[in-house]
Design a protein around this ligand. Structure first.
Ligand code: SF4
Length: 142
């Protein structure tokens, strides 16, 4: 089902969040502005409908159930732990997702191989939660 158009207010809020988070995490938005626009719109639309900017690039059997967890609320656990954005919203200047910190069997590593972090001094504020995230990834694949 297509997502509803977001409100102007949510769109502006998400655009601001994305600009700030890029700065904080040492990433940039995708070089193709259409990619960024689509993801930002999806996040803003989810913020309107669900009250939280749930990641728009995944399938959830029940979105209301999913927002009880913080796993896929932007910036999601994979971003805050591994600096990996599977939506390609927060990427390297070449438009690649950072994968170097991911576990070897993570989908990101399987798809993209190892892509190094050009700004290792920034981001990953929840890096010490990797063990917990791995337990969750196995118990509750989403
Ligand atoms: S993958 Fe994570 S960081 Fe990237 S847009 Fe989705 S929720 Fe945000």
């Amino acid at each position: 089902m297509p997502q509803p158009e977001p409100s102007e207010k949510s769109l502006l809020r998400m655009q601001k969040f994305v600009a700030n988070y890029c700065e904080k995490s040492g990433t940039v938005t995708h070089p193709d502005p259409e990619v960024t626009e689509a993801v930002v719109k999806g996040l803003a639309s989810n913020a309107d409908v669900l009250g939280k900017p749930l990641c728009p690039c995944r399938f959830y059997p029940d979105k209301q159930e999913e927002i009880k967890y913080r796993t896929w609320i932007c910036a999601c656990d994979d971003m805050q732990i591994y600096k990996y954005c599977h939506c390609l919203l927060f990427v390297t200047p070449e438009g690649q997702p950072i994968t170097e910190y991911l576990p070897e069997d993570h989908e990101g590593r399987r798809i993209y191989g190892v892509i190094e972090d050009p700004t290792p001094d920034k981001g990953r504020p929840l890096r010490d939660k990797a063990a917990e995230r791995e337990i969750e990834r196995r118990r509750r694949p989403s």
